[in-house]
Design a protein around this ligand. Structure first.
Ligand code: SF4
Length: 338
């Protein structure tokens, strides 16, 4: 149990959690929607501080982050719980676990130990991933501050549904933001994540990039019949281009049936390729396909001369033809950190 940030006392009937945009009102003895924050005697506590459900060293490509130190190793950590309810969740065993029941079986890894493990593992930094990292915010904040002092970098693999206040506390010590954009209408977000309104997510993405200067890459997992309407995909691509910049990488990934959408078919390759075309047509320079091993659109090409710069297969970098941060053929500057 760790005291939670972003809580306001309302009255004896409860308080309100202001960590994410659900802004749950929580009565004494109860937890919020995500199951990770509990009101005990009028005070809010984080149940999952340092409680690790998954931890391994993995390449940055698996996040995916393609323009942020390609080929680097990251200590990747996740806990339990989620503030979304996505019917096609790939990590539903941890995202929708019974948090209080599972807690005793989880390993406790204090922030200092996470930093030590990252350094011993020759990692570039720490990635909070697998479940929504916002939900163990206090832990990631303490760890990010220590990581920065130790010369390590950090990233969030997130649904970007945290509040502006939370982002602004983390902003000075978070380097990269790999965020989902699941749709481009309130209706789609309701269907995809069970939330009311997605405008706040766009605000967070723009603020992470344009105010805090984080490196931002966007992922859209394309689910047949759920979020693959061309008009929304065009709107999404245009928004990324206009508000985050034409050089923002957009990863369009293939859905495989699971959880409550086990009856659907995997996304067709044709649909993925058409979506990539939409992104390129609106002006995005780096649109990748994911979960399609061996597809040429997993590679990075120079947007100026068209040469292959980074070849990838199964999250490994096979070839790298960059010259520092520039194309090794024509010298064009490539966006990101290399
Ligand atoms: S973090 Fe959890 S408890 Fe807090 S507002 Fe979001 S869903 Fe509710």
């Amino acid at each position: 149990m760790h005291p939670a940030l972003f809580y306001r006392y309302l009255d004896e009937s409860g308080g309100q959690c202001l960590l994410c945009q659900r802004r749950c009102k929580i009565a004494p003895g109860k937890s919020g929607y995500c199951g990770t924050r509990k009101n005990l005697d009028g005070k809010l506590f984080s149940l999952t501080y340092g409680r690790v459900a998954s931890m391994r060293i993995s390449p940055i490509e698996i996040k995916p982050l393609f323009h942020f130190y390609p080929g680097s190793r990251w200590l990747s950590m996740g806990s339990l719980g989620c503030n979304f309810l996505c019917p096609g969740c790939q990590n539903w065993e941890i995202a929708h676990a019974d948090v209080e029941k599972e807690l005793p079986s989880l390993r406790f890894v204090p922030p200092g130990e996470a930093v030590r493990l990252a350094r011993e593992g020759r990692c570039k930094g720490i990635s909070w991933t697998y479940n929504e990292p916002t939900l163990w915010f206090e832990y990631t904040l303490d760890s990010a501050r220590m990581a920065r002092e130790a010369g390590l970098l950090t990233n969030y693999v997130t649904n970007a549904y945290l509040t502006v206040e939370a982002l602004d506390l983390l902003g000075p010590c978070l380097n990269a933001f790999r965020a989902d954009l699941k749709g481009f209408s309130d209706e789609t977000y309701k269907r995809m994540a069970n939330i009311d309104g997605f405008g706040g997510i766009l605000k967070i993405l723009a603020r992470a990039k344009n105010f805090w200067g984080m490196h931002v890459e966007i992922v859209t997992n394309l689910i047949p019949g759920m979020n693959d309407q061309e008009v929304e995909l065009k709107g999404m691509a245009r928004w990324i281009c206009d508000c985050l910049g034409a050089e923002t990488p957009w990863h369009v990934t293939r859905f495989f049936p699971c959880f409550k959408l086990a009856h659907l078919r995997p996304t067709s390759i044709t649909k993925l390729e058409r979506t990539r075309e939409i992104g390129l047509e609106v002006g995005l320079k780096y649109v990748y396909l994911g979960n399609v091993p061996g597809h040429p659109s997993e590679n990075t090409y120079c947007p100026d001369c068209g040469q292959l710069l980074i070849e990838r297969l199964n999250y490994q970098v096979l070839q790298d033809h960059l010259d520092g941060t520039c194309c090794g053929y024509c010298g064009h500057s490539i966006a990101g950190y290399f």
